[in-house]
Design a protein around this ligand. Structure first.
Ligand SMILES: Nc1nc2c(c(=O)[nH]1)N[C@H]1C(S)=C(S)[C@@H](COP(=O)(O)O)O[C@H]1N2
Ligand SMILES: [Mo]
Length: 202
């Protein structure tokens, strides 16, 4: 405690661990413990010192970012969004993250690209039309309800795929790949779930 006070005087404020918030601008939020954990291989524990976010495929360059670099390089955004799982539960959370659009533009988008495939630490994949990610302020979240994502919630990054079912909200994102194959199907999509995953017309 004394150290924290001294460090505060010498170097400006030292941030202390956050406590989850449960309301935001008058809106009630779910808790980060309201999710049902049913990931294909259970919770993943990503070693952050070895972690790299790779952006590749039909890009001008392949980017490989350590975790801190993602947070330093791109502007931060917050939004309240509800995740609906096909199993019938839902959670409303304050998400904070970086725009997928900013990351893709940084890598440079080849004009032939029309589809984006996300691959996770557990081998899970899902994909989107490039336009969905470019036109809708879609973020990759590193924080939920003001708390850094816990391991079971997708640390270091979960995609906030708003207006899409939960199976499109990939956790533990490691790779973002641009392709020209709109027929790519991810893990659940290959097992019969719709490729667009739209909440309103699946
Ligand atoms: N990497 C990865 N991401 C994933 C999944 C998974 O199994 N692996 N499950 C998806 C599903 S089906 C849902 S509903 C959401 C939220 O699931 P959770 O409650 O298990 O976090 O994460 C999605 N993201
Ligand atoms: Mo789900």
């Amino acid at each position: 405690m004394l150290y924290v006070i001294i460090a505060g005087y010498l170097h400006g404020p030292t941030s202390l661990p956050s406590v989850e918030i449960r309301s935001y601008q008058g809106q009630n939020l779910s808790s980060i413990s309201d999710f049902r954990e049913n990931s294909i291989k259970g919770p993943q524990y990503v070693n952050i010192s070895e972690y790299r976010l790779t952006i590749t495929g039909l890009t001008n360059t392949t980017l490989t970012h350590p975790y801190d670099e993602v947070l330093q390089k791109y502007p931060h955004y917050t939004k309240v969004v509800t995740l609906y799982c096909v199993e019938g539960w839902h959670v409303t959370i304050l998400w904070e993250g970086v725009l997928v659009r900013d990351v893709l533009l940084d890598a440079g988008i080849d004009p032939r690209a029309n589809t984006v495939i996300f691959t996770a630490h557990d081998g899970y994949t899902t994909s989107f039309p490039l336009d969905y990610l470019m036109d809708n302020d879609i973020i990759m979240a590193y924080s939920m309800n003001n708390v850094t994502l816990p391991a079971n919630r997708g640390y270091p990054f979960q995609l906030v795929a708003e207006d899409k079912f939960g199976y499109k909200w990939e956790k533990w994102i490691e790779k973002i790949e641009l392709t020209d194959n709109p027929n790519y199907r991810g893990y659940w999509e290959r097992r019969g779930f719709s490729n667009n995953g739209d909440i309103n017309n699946s």
